[in-house]
Design a protein around this ligand. Structure first.
Ligand code: ZN
Length: 442
């Protein structure tokens, strides 16, 4: 792989402002202004028109939901009613639709500057046994890092859960596939491209027994755990009525209150809950756009970080966002947190959640920062659009003026977006294929 000198950026989110030298997929040098690389490089990229960020990291999504955006039966509802409207629609998911939905979500994320993503897939209708394999193939095709999460649901309406029978599996089948997927795909250590996490869906769609079993399996294989928790007051009420305790007590009860776990949403926490999550290093993926769309509430990011809990950022599924653009998520995070707190929440806080904070949620310290020795994952934006004209601070401008499309994206030292276009993807064809596939869900 050729070494690259990213020379003289317009601005860069790093300790030194003069540029980056990339060798063997890693950041080999950070340069001060006017400084040249220590030894010769193969290529020089003039970044004088680019604002350079660490590649963004998305820690919560449901790729298949790109097929049911702005769905007429689901819009303008809160979470439980929204889910009940969509479960029967999602029961029609096929492997081909899953593949094109995944490809579209990954491409959209990549074009917004995402270099690592997670996806929480929990719909396993007949024929979708290979859902994780489809996701890995598609991520590899785009050259993106991905934590696939083997999601699951095994508690249907007849047993006191929320989803219908048509979308749940039994525990043995789920656990066998978790083992299969970990064995086949889970990479450990620095520079991993594909990792696997286990992700029973939510307190109201899986049994306690499955939560406990997944916790034990994750410990056995040293992988991470993910689930939805404390997203809505309805969920809180469900936990108290079904388990006789709140969501964080439930988490502890099933053996998940530890640093292996990162939660999606994490909104409705008491002071005591926040302190316990921080003490045990449980990560929280803040999903500002989805929380506003579904009127779920406001995540207590500041208290969680102060308590010691990693806070990352996620776009959440495309049916509740409805876009898959993490730069937009950064902007929404800034805005909703200013309402929760005050104007001292800055664009740098929002960018930190989308990079270093998200990396911590995924249990990684090799990505999420532009620093010597880290993986060469970069998102580079120009300020050529009208929306940026007149902007003073280039990094603040990305967030405040609404950057939504990276001009260049590098992953592990490889250019995966060039001149705003993803390498190896025909956007027009993808749009046409995905649009056609989505018609089956209307
Ligand atoms: Zn979700």
């Amino acid at each position: 792989m050729p070494s690259v000198w990213i020379k003289s950026p317009l601005a860069i989110l790093a300790e030194k402002g003069g540029g980056i030298v990339v060798r063997n997929g890693r950041i080999a040098e950070l340069l001060t202004l006017g400084q040249a690389p220590f030894s010769p490089v193969d290529q020089v990229f003039d970044a004088s028109n680019h604002v350079v960020l660490p590649g963004l990291i998305n820690t919560h999504h449901h790729f298949y939901q790109t097929l049911t955006r702005a769905h007429p039966q689901a819009i303008n509802k809160k979470l439980f009613d929204w889910l009940k409207a969509l479960y029967p629609v999602w029961a029609r998911l096929t492997p081909d639709a899953m593949r094109i939905g995944t490809r579209l979500a990954l491409t959209e994320l990549l074009m917004s500057g995402v270099t690592t993503t997670s996806d929480h897939h929990y719909v396993y209708t007949p024929g979708l046994e290979d859902a994780m394999d489809i996701q890995v193939e598609e991520a590899r095709h785009l050259g993106m890092r991905m934590t696939v999460t083997r999601g699951s649901m095994n508690l249907s309406e007849k047993d006191g859960g929320l989803p219908p029978d048509s979308v749940v599996q039994d525990e043995d089948e789920i656990l066998a596939d978790c083992e299969r997927v970990i064995g086949k795909y889970h990479e450990r250590g620095e520079g991993a491209i594909i990792q696997v996490a286990l992700a029973p869906c939510s307190p109201f769609s899986v049994t306690k027994s499955l939560m406990c079993a997944c916790g034990a399996l994750a410990e056995k294989h040293d992988c991470r755990l993910h689930t939805h928790l404390a997203e809505t007051q309805d969920e809180d009420a469900y936990c108290r009525s079904a388990f006789g305790m709140g969501p964080v007590d439930y988490l502890e009860d099933v053996g998940w209150l530890n640093a292996r776990t990162w939660l999606a949403h994490g909104i409705h926490f008491s002071e005591r809950d926040v302190a316990r999550l921080g003490q045990h290093g449980v990560g929280v993926c803040h999903c500002p756009t989805s929380n506003m769309v579904l009127a779920s509430g406001q995540c207590r990011t500041r208290e969680l970080e102060a308590a010691g809990a990693p806070v990352g950022l996620g776009v959440d599924g495309s049916a509740s966002n409805d876009a898959s653009n993490l730069m937009e998520g950064v902007r929404h995070a800034l805005m909703i947190n200013r309402l929760t707190y005050d104007a001292s929440v800055s664009h740098l806080d929002a960018l930190r959640w989308a990079t270093k904070g998200s990396a911590r949620c995924l249990g990684r310290d090799d990505i999420g920062e532009i620093a010597v020795g880290k993986q060469a994952d970069l998102a580079m934006f120009t300020l050529d659009e009208l929306r940026f004209s007149g902007a003073g601070d280039p990094i603040a401008a990305l967030v405040l003026c609404g950057a939504h499309r990276a001009d260049r994206v590098m992953i592990a030292g490889d250019w995966r977006v060039v001149n705003g276009m993803p390498v190896g993807i025909d956007i027009a064809e993808l749009r046409a294929q995905h649009g056609a596939a989505a018609l089956a869900f209307l």
